[in-house]
Design a protein around this ligand. Structure first.
Ligand SMILES: [Zn+2]
Length: 139
């Protein structure tokens, strides 16, 4: 409905899981070896990250092009006939990394935006306007 600012159910559920703290994870192709090693060592967060990206890719490959996911920074859509994302940005509930909100980033945006976390924060603040950033170990 036009003017309705109520977040979709999935966002509300994700917000509930977060209980106030989100961990941001940026994944590029350079992270594949470390992610693979973490998976082999049974790291539960790596399992969530890889599982969420697999689910996202599966959705992008099967949705109609005009319903496929958008790049985090522009109107590029990701689908089976498009180039894949250059990076993924994930929001994971800090207290219980059991799920993730995934966004793809196209090559042009990844090249233009040196700080993908800053790009993600701009997007996330549309959902959670009071969100602020703290680095690990400071909170
Ligand atoms: Zn883009």
């Amino acid at each position: 409905m036009p003017g309705d600012t109520t977040p979709p159910r999935a966002i509300r559920e994700f917000h509930k899981q977060c209980r106030g703290a989100i961990e941001a994870v940026i994944v590029t192709r350079h992270d594949a070896p470390a992610l693979t090693a973490a998976l082999m060592l049974g790291d539960p967060k790596a399992d969530v990250v890889v599982g969420a990206i697999e689910t996202w890719l599966g959705g992008a490959a099967t949705k109609k092009h005009d319903h496929s996911p958008l790049c985090l920074g522009c109107d590029t859509r990701f689908h089976r006939d498009s180039p894949p994302p250059t990076a993924f940005v994930l929001a994971i509930p800090f207290a219980s990394p059991s799920c993730a909100m995934v966004s793809g980033v196209c090559g042009a945006c990844a090249e233009r935006e040196a700080d993908l976390l800053a790009m993600a924060m701009r997007f996330w603040r549309q959902i959670w306007p009071t969100m602020y950033r703290t680095d690990a170990g400071q909170g």
